[in-house]
Write a protein of this length. Structure first.
Length: 132
């Protein structure tokens, strides 16, 4: 039986979502029992709807999106006690944003443009995947 695992990428910029998918390509795997399905959201409200309907194994959240920001999503998840590991990605990853995100449960806060190795390492860590 296949254990399909989902990763949510929430970013209002289609090119940013495509770039993250490309960077994670080697993590998606070819083994149908180990693969990750990518689910995309282009705003905060859509991301929250997806998470509430069927929580992914990991959510990559852009900080600034229409509807709700990555921080607002983190706050909602905490209030609703939804245990979804989240990584926040932002072009403006200030120390204040980083601290706020970590207080609300983000596993990491990465600055755009994200360094490919760092993104893959954080995703592996969040999903408990050993480096190849």
């Amino acid at each position: 039986m296949s254990t399909l695992r989902r990763i949510l990428i929430a970013d209002d910029d289609r090119e940013c979502r495509a770039c993250v998918i490309e960077l994670l390509g080697d993590l998606l795997g070819s083994d149908p029992n180990q693969r990750f399905e990518i689910v995309q959201a282009e705003n905060g409200e859509e991301a929250l709807t997806i998470i509430r309907r069927s929580p992914p194994r990991l959510a990559l959240l852009d900080m600034h999106m229409p509807g709700q920001t990555g921080l607002e999503i983190l706050e909602a998840l905490r209030r609703e006690t939804l245990d979804v590991p989240c990584i926040v990605i932002s072009g403006e990853a200030s120390e204040a944003v980083r601290k706020h995100a970590l207080v609300f449960g983000a596993r990491a806060v990465l600055k755009k443009p994200v360094e490919p190795r760092l993104l893959r390492d954080e995703v592996r860590r969040a999903l408990h995947i050993d480096a190849a």
